[in-house]
Write a protein that binds this ligand. Structure first.
Ligand SMILES: Cc1cc2nc3c(=O)[nH]c(=O)nc-3n(C[C@H](O)[C@H](O)[C@H](O)COP(=O)(O)OP(=O)(O)OC[C@H]3O[C@@H](n4cnc5c(N)ncnc54)[C@H](O)[C@@H]3O)c2cc1C
Length: 235
């Protein structure tokens, strides 16, 4: 199970995250210059108070100044395909054109399959067959960019992903929801935890959307919050 887990590292974030957001927020409401606001910002509690007010009022441009980068590996192509649907993110992904698989390629096994001994064995046999055929194609001179057509969604991938704080909150809101697929949910949780370790004040924002809404807007509710229809039901 452990070798099926994504590997996620926060590799870049601004040192002065709080001060940068505070400067953006204060600039909107102050006669002072942004430089003066930045230089004189020392009171963390005061900064957090303003930032919380501004974020909860939906003034999100102020958190778009914060760029964060994660190094991610040991995730399936199925997972990265979902991640790259997020249009406000930037990506650099291990290429299946330039990086030829050698021997049995790395792949991810979903826990539902892994916990079934019979299916798990068949799954591994299937991957071995795919790997052998991939190798045959490459050995016959088929370029890797064409041989990769036989590789499955399970093939393991690596990706460097960058996004601003507004997009990370959005990503957390929809991908930490139990309706999201298990692997991206685990990966996004690891991304959030990495950042929260360094910036604990972000914990209240990096949550599933139901925490923000106060209710569940999904068709199938996991029970964490009251379903929307019930929440808005008139007595
Ligand atoms: C549980 C779940 C199931 C899913 N199932 C499917 C599926 O079956 N098939 C499928 O194709 N996809 C599926 N998706 C992907 C989904 O449709 C989105 O493409 C993906 O989640 C990216 O979300 P987003 O568009 O909100 O976010 P981002 O692309 O990260 O954008 C963030 C926000 O920016 C705004 N925005 C971005 N681009 C535009 C634009 N062009 N116009 C207007 N506003 C914009 C929107 O407010 C958007 O919410 C699923 C996602 C989830 C979470």
């Amino acid at each position: 199970m452990e070798n099926n887990k994504p590997v996620v590292r926060l590799i870049s974030k601004p040192e002065s995250m709080l001060k940068t957001i505070y400067t953006a927020c204060r600039t909107c409401y102050s006669a002072e210059s942004p430089v003066n606001i930045y230089e004189s910002a020392v009171d963390e509690e005061k900064m957090l108070k303003l930032i919380e007010r501004v974020i909860s009022s939906g003034h999100y441009s102020t958190i778009e100044h914060i760029q964060i980068t994660f190094a991610i590996s040991n995730v399936s192509r199925a997972c990265t395909h979902q991640l790259v649907r997020h249009r406000h993110m930037s990506f650099s992904q291990k290429s299946q054109r330039y990086v030829k698989e050698k021997g049995l390629f790395d792949y991810i096994t979903p826990p539902t399959i892994e916990k079934n001994a019979v299916l798990s064995e068949k799954y591994d046999e299937f991957m071995k067959k795919v790997s052998d055929f991939y190798q045959e194609l490459v050995d016959t001179g088929i370029p890797a960019e064409d041989a990769r057509f036989v590789l499955p969604n399970a093939a393991s991938s690596s990706i460097v992903a960058s996004l601003n704080l507004r997009e990370l909150i959005h990503l957390a809101n929809i991908r930490l929801c139990t309706r999201a697929q298990y692997e991206i949910r685990i990966m996004v949780k690891m991304m959030c935890d990495e950042l929260i370790k360094e910036e604990p004040w972000l914990g209240k924002y990096l949550t599933p959307k139901c925490e923000k809404l106060g209710y569940c807007d999904e068709d199938k509710c996991c029970g964490r919050k009251t379903p929307k229809a019930e929440f808005f039901k008139k007595d």
